[in-house]
Design a protein around this ligand. Structure first.
Ligand code: G
Ligand code: G
Ligand code: MN
Ligand code: NA
Length: 253
């Protein structure tokens, strides 16, 4: 079993596919944003979850190519949806390593020009922990992306080691509260306190909030009550292929 080498074949052999998970806007009750999540179908092992190969890609220098593939695939999907008059914002997950590439910004901007997508239609999701390594340059780069017009989101918020001092400096639009705080909201009063406080903190800093890991109706209603802007989770929709999701977007339930 040699996943490292097999992973090198994934792009040339066309084994990656994007799935998309809706983020429901709790004000309009519409899906206007989705997160792109990469899927790898291994030729003999079948579907391999990203938790099993993203860390390998990050350790073996392959995340550079992978993120670029995901980014371009997301722009192409954006074009397809625009043709159907679907104005959907697509989130792409960016790894810490990508923020250290010397030409990542140039690549991203070039692709935006070639594909002719408005940066307002793309969200860059960066984990809290990926900023911690080298906060100064990460903050500078994120600032460039923000100035270009991208939406910037802090993923897995609450699980990393970033300080509030850092959060204050981060050029971001949105916090995504990690699913570990959301999944047990109904039973865990500590989680309720943490999530309420985080929503208030975010709003007071002028940021929107996405809660991920909504697995039941209680969490959804609770988050709406506390003015969380977006909800993402299996209760709303699992990540779906574009062909599965498109009818859903055209004809919301
Ligand atoms: O769908 P889920 O099992 O989709 O994803 C598991 C983990 O893999 C999550 O932490 C998610 O952020 C990460 N992940 C999924 N797709 C991508 C991607 O395209 N790039 C990066 N860097 N991480 C991804
Ligand atoms: O990028 P991030 O780490 O936020 O990736 C989101 C991950 O969370 C993906 O693996 C996605 O499949 C997963 N996910 C999305 N909704 C839910 C949910 O409601 N419950 C759980 N347990 N996982 C979820
Ligand atoms: Mn994410
Ligand atoms: Na997350």
């Amino acid at each position: 079993l040699n996943l490292i080498n097999d992973l090198r074949q994934a792009i040339p052999c066309n084994q990656f596919e994007l799935h998309f998970q809706p983020k429901l806007c709790l004000y309009s009750l519409k899906v206007t944003h989705v997160e792109a999540l990469v899927r790898w179908t291994h030729p003999t092992l079948g579907m391999i979850p990203p938790d099993n190969f993203i860390p390998i890609a990050e350790k073996t220098g392959q995340i550079e190519g992978l993120t670029r593939w995901v980014f371009v695939a997301a722009l192409m999907q954006c074009t397809e949806w625009n043709k159907l008059a679907l104005d959907i914002n697509i989130s792409v997950n960016i790894s810490a390593e990508n923020l250290k590439e010397s030409d990542f910004y140039e690549f991203v901007c070039q692709m935006m020009t070639i594909q002719n997508i408005k940066p307002q239609q793309i969200t860059l999701e960066v984990t809290e922990s990926s900023v911690v390594d080298d906060p100064k340059s990460a903050i500078k780069l994120l600032g460039k992306f923000k100035d270009y017009g991208f939406r910037i989101s802090i993923d897995d918020y609450g699980t990393g080691y970033s300080s509030l001092a850092q959060l204050k400096q981060l050029p971001v639009h949105e916090l995504k509260i990690d699913k570990s705080f959301i999944q047990r909201l109904e039973r865990d009063l500590d989680d309720q306190i943490i999530v309420r406080s985080t929503i208030d903190l975010a709003h007071n800093m002028g940021l929107k909030v996405v809660a991920e890991g909504i697995e039941d109706e209680f969490s959804l209603l609770w988050l709406a009550q506390y003015n969380c802007e977006f909800a993402q989770g299996y209760f709303i929709s699992r990540p779906k292929s574009a062909s599965e999701l498109t009818p859903w977007l055209l004809n919301p339930p």
